[in-house]
Design a binder for this molecule. Structure first.
Ligand SMILES: [Ca+2]
Ligand SMILES: [Ca+2]
Ligand SMILES: [Ca+2]
Ligand SMILES: [Ca+2]
Length: 411
């Protein structure tokens, strides 16, 4: 008994020492130079975390984040973003010492307009065909100073690999192929490309433009009109072996924003009754309407929290078949109606699919009623899926919604 306790303590000390040591040492690459990726049919995708070598890493270094890996190497104010990352892992260049525009810009340290100067990642790809390849990169940006990167080829940094830029798609994994210019800060689409002069193995490199940049995956395509969606293409090898995928993480947008502040109150859709309502429980998190059986459903529950004024955030689900319509009543008063945006994915929870009603007076015992109507694109119907309602302090309704979207939280 005593002996095993001593062992346990010794293990705990060793484990923490090991963690500290790991945090300071460069992280070992997952693969070596024997691994070569392969272009097929004019396309090749590679996970950012599958670089074989990292160079120019004295000042800033790329660190991997996955379910069981996160480093502490200085300033890094944004959270983990493993959910929806391809292969459940990504790289971030740290520390992130320029988070907002008011933090001092230090050239060659927290910012670099010189490709190849800071934090270079190296990948090998076997190209079966020569030609112009448009470079798409999947990144996660939470601010204005973490959304720039450079791409290069065989020790060179051509003009059309400089300043890859992200503006749209904050707080979610977003593909870009745009180049920032003096005139157009958000970047010009299709301006990032590499010219592969002959078939064979070439080295693709990426380097930091802004620290705190989060890098999931890249894709090269000969098709100027190709736009990757979600995690997109699978990785194809020409040579070598890859380690197994990282463990998956579950994440729910509704639960995240509901728990984002201690003062928040929330009622999940499935806390409402479904008996005689036309709703059914879709997976573990949503109520929905089966369009072949019903087009509309109504359910009701009591507001059992403290009386007062609240901002109300209704979390609907964006669907790709049309706009559902949701209406909220408090007792017999209609608070309002709205339609979530149409999405490219099947189901999405996130800020664009919510509705906020500000400064609403609620009394304990008030009846809350939700009516949901299916929408259509002329062929298919939506299922009027929704996740729940968050009641937050007046003035906070807008800000609590800034969390990454989730795509399959109903299941
Ligand atoms: Ca971070
Ligand atoms: Ca930064
Ligand atoms: Ca970051
Ligand atoms: Ca990845």
């Amino acid at each position: 008994m005593k002996h095993s306790l001593v062992k346990l303590v010794a293990c705990a000390i060793l484990f923490s020492l090991n963690l500290n040591a790991q945090n300071k040492k460069p992280i070992k690459a997952l693969i070596d130079s024997n691994v070569v990726f392969q272009e097929k049919d004019g396309m090749v995708a590679v996970e950012a975390e599958y670089y074989y070598q990292q160079t120019a890493s004295n000042i800033r270094q790329w660190y991997r984040t996955s379910k069981n890996e996160q480093v502490n190497v200085g300033r890094d104010e944004d959270g983990k973003h493993i959910y929806d990352a391809s292969n459940n892992a990504y790289l971030e260049i740290l520390p992130d010492e320029r988070v907002t525009h008011s933090d001092k810009l230090v050239r060659g340290t927290n910012f670099s307009n010189k490709p190849g100067e800071v934090g270079v990642l190296n990948y090998q790809i076997k190209f079966n065909t020569a030609g112009r390849y448009y470079v798409w990169v999947r990144a996660f940006s939470t601010g204005s100073e973490d959304n720039g990167l450079h791409v290069g080829l065989n020790n060179e940094w051509p003009e059309n690999g400089r300043r890859i830029q992200w503006c749209k798609g904050k707080n979610e994994w977003t593909w870009s192929n745009s180049q920032r210019t003096k005139e157009i800060h958000c970047g010009i689409p299709h301006q990032i490309y590499l010219d592969i002069n002959k078939a064979g193995v070439h080295r693709i490199t990426f380097s930091m433009r802004e620290d705190g940049f989060e890098f999931d995956k890249f894709l090269l395509t000969k098709d100027i009109n190709y736009t990757p969606i979600g995690k997109d293409q699978k990785v194809v090898l020409a040579k070598g072996k890859l380690p197994k995928a990282f463990p998956e993480v579950k994440y729910s947008y509704f639960k995240t924003i509901a728990k984002s502040s201690k003062e928040n109150k929330s009622i999940a859709a499935q806390d409402f009754s479904i008996k005689n309502t036309n709703f059914y429980k879709h997976g573990k998190n949503w109520l929905a309407v089966h369009p072949e059986k019903h087009k509309e459903a109504t359910t009701r529950t009591s507001f059992n929290f403290e009386s007062g004024n609240y901002d109300i955030v209704f979390v609907g689900v964006g669907e790709n078949d049309g706009h559902s319509t949701f209406t909220l009543f408090i007792n017999d008063t209609k608070i309002g109606s709205y339609q979530p945006e149409i999405t490219k994915r099947l189901f999405v929870e996130g800020k664009p699919y919510n509705k906020t009603w500000e400064n609403i007076t609620l009394k304990k015992g008030d009846k809350i009623t939700v009516t949901a109507k299916v929408g259509t694109d002329g062929n298919e119907y939506t299922r009027a899926r929704w996740a729940g309602i968050v009641f937050t302090s007046v003035g906070k309704g807008k800000s609590i919604q800034n969390a990454p979207s989730s795509y399959t939280a109903g299941n």
